[in-house]
Write a protein that binds this ligand. Sequence first.
Ligand SMILES: [Zn+2]
Length: 680
Amino acid sequence: MSYTRLPFTIHKEARGSQARAATLQTLHGEVHTPIFMPVGTQATVKSQTVESLKATGTRVLLANTYHLLLRPGPEVFQRLGGIHRFMHWDGPVLTDSGGFQIFSLPHARAMNEDGAQFQSYVDGQSYLLSPESSIATQRAIGSDIMMVLDQCIPSTAAYAEAEAAMELTHRWAERSLRARGESPQALFGIVQGACHADLRKKSAAFVRALPFDGLAIGGLAVGETHRERYEMTALVTAELPSSLPRYLMGVGTPLDLLESVHRGVDMFDCIAPLQVAQRGLAFTAHGKLQLRRSVYKFAEERLDAQCECQTCQHYARAYLHHLIKAEEILGWHLVGVHNLTFYHRLMREMREHILHDTFLPYYEQQRTALLRTDAENPSQPPPRTKTRRSTCLGDYEVHRAPQGFASIRQRSSGEVMHSVNAPSEEANRLYIEQSGLSARLVTQRNLTDPLVIWDVGLGAAFNAMAAIQCFERCYAKSGDHSVRSLHIVSFECDLDPLTLALKHPSDFPHLRHAAPVSLLKNGTWVHALGLLHWQLCKGDFRECFSATHAPDVIFYDPFSFKTDSVLWTTDTFTRLFQHCTPKSTELYTYSASTAVRAALLSAGFFVAEGVGTGPKSTTTIAFTRAPEADAHPHAPRLLDQQWLARWRRSDMKFPPTLSAEARAHFASRIENHPQFCRST
Ligand SMILES: [Zn+2]
């Protein structure tokens, strides 16, 4: 067996917890874990000197390979004897692989099996970051611990994408080990797999089988909820050998550190303590404290009476308040000194409690303590209750997806409108683009009668607003009278979702427009030039629609069959079909279920497959007249004999509660539908 590059000794494992206290032996001395490593992106921890870092208790620094590769470049480190001499730091250094920056920062890159090709933001030069070039750069930098190149994806990535990224990361892990060669520098493997438990397990099993000196959990803290992060962390640490150090990359807040140590993690890095310091946020024994607040203008006391740091020894809150308000670098430096001291003290305390076997009660007590905000000077009014109340209205609440967009959830059914992909995206893809709306508005401008759209299920007005924005784009492009006029009729029985969404303009940016406010207030909105008319029909769609002129296009977007079953029945579709014929009407809907398609066919509609959106591979389009595929913007494919055969075998063949006679009628309507006769 080859020599150990990073001897790791566990001194104690906490009772009732996965937490452990250990010692790492690096090329630049001993490290006690759990450990927090400040981030020194450009071979400097922002606003700090090496001396101030040491005074805070910093023991290991993290440096970013990506930034150092571009500037000053590996040759500078080679000539000047590595990063330690270069930046006058004699403690251990860990370098990341550059993968995170390449895959998460917005710049042009092309990726293949070999690596990622990208352009330097410094001089525009083209670089290849491959497992080999990453290791070569990390060797030149001379870090104590190197990381393998991995493909980073959002933690919320879908299964197939996460699996492909994981497989690539595994192949790159093997190449990285070969590239390390005889270097005495330690090398860590990385477990990927996003938030998919079986991929995480598979990845852990793969990397633990390779001769790494430590193992990292990558791809967290990039989009998932705290709960998911903790769950994945626990799941992965359970799969890793206890004999190697475990590093959770890019995490986190003091609470994240506590929760993750409890779940068996030894090493952490995060930009948080210095990033928030720049804005005047300090972590204290009394909770988080915002120094910008004017309550500190005359405050003579120290930042944190229980802190031994240089800032707390010498400076009053009033002075820190002033520096932060004036955006002086010294304010960033001093609050940064305090925050790093706070982080390192937290890690030290955890270690002490693990060693004395008192970690569990300490953990329980800190779980609440670390959540506190400024206990001495609480800000008014208490923010938590206020936010909770106002995100609900009637049976609805604002639902914020981890991917960063908001939608509306019905509380009684739990159903989220557009649950998986961003609602505005779905509105555009499924309804606006697929119906060829802009082409209809521009190329059919000589038609004097308006194009009529029915918007069934107004909800938070994503679809109607997408149509209005499409109209406005067409109008802006083609000038005054060359756009066909448009009439949108929205059907909705409950206006609470729209009312609620309007109260949260930052969550629902599509509503920052005069139209929805006017629609709610007056039941109608007219575009300044009179070319666009939006009308609200409040009430049950089945009761209302027969009093309204037949439409050209229907955006059919009510709640699902489970919640709003009557809107998906043959009876409703038959009445709709009869109301629309002989006009040529197209109905677009997100549902692709066999039952819905069968109900549409039995009502007389011609039914075709619509485009996929988000996780749905297909959706549905229904026509009152057989469509001329060539004339339609998307040349939709009518359901064929294969679908018919599938329907015959389906256990959703008939709607529930039909009598035997009605079943026979339903089946014959489908079997004898001209759509299937034509295609045989
Ligand atoms: Zn302090």
